[in-house]
Design a protein around this ligand. Sequence first.
Ligand code: SAM
Length: 279
Amino acid sequence: MSESALFVVATPIGNLQDLSQRAIDVLQSVEVIAAEDTRHSARLLAHFNINTRLISVHEHNERQRIETVLAMLEEGKSIALISDAGTPLISDPGFVVVRAVREAGYKVVPVPGCAAFVTALSAAGLPSDRFSFEGFPPPKRNARLQCYSALADESRTLIFYESPHRVLESLKDMAESFGGERVAAVARELTKTFETIKSAPLAELVEWMAADHNQQKGEFVLLVQGRPKKDEGALDAKTEEVLDILLAELPVKQAAALASKITGVKKNLLYKLALERGE
Ligand code: SAM
């Protein structure tokens, strides 16, 4: 490796075969691997016969570690940053280190791989063109309900991480905030032996999970379909009434313009409807 760099390396979220060949090569060739939990990562590295020296970088020492990391880069040494599972910085430590390394002018090289939320989205069968990754919802019930209620009108697919201790309660709170008929998905133990991906209306998911304690074990991604956008072409009865009254007195263009001012509905939509009325 010519120029020193910080490599941000994604590791598997369960199935070890998901570690890419490029990730293995990088982890073997850097001088140091900065890991969230060195004991946890030592097992992964042993599996791939990687003997690179480990140092810890976790949420409690991240800021102190910046100096160490910058000093190594200054000496021309390259470092790999990994977390316990998946992509570092995604609900995991690393952000302050990456920012500091970039600000100091060193190269930061992503080595992509798994992230649980993308893995879940790719198989849940919910709209994936627009989505919002929300990380972990608040652990306390009131704050969680507030968080979900604030998102109830969001039209993008919502994605959350949730702990097994709270997953059933969290699903119940979702049903309360988004409505039991809103379609959602539970993605459990992705890439592992008991992988389960179930999509159904929230009320059904609550019943299903409550009835089977095994479904409350493991690691979870929860996804909620966004609120369907109102059909822009559909006008409410009051708007139509206003338009009809104005059409009785005014030419089409003027009636549509005035109806738009009164109701706030787009002028071109009302004009189209006014023309249809006149046909
Ligand atoms: N950095 C990771 C990533 O890229 O997804 C996420 C780390 S976050 C601390 C851990 C959470 O991710 C778990 O509590 C769970 O919500 C989700 N997660 C991780 N692995 C998973 C898996 N195999 N199946 C389902 N969810 C998983």
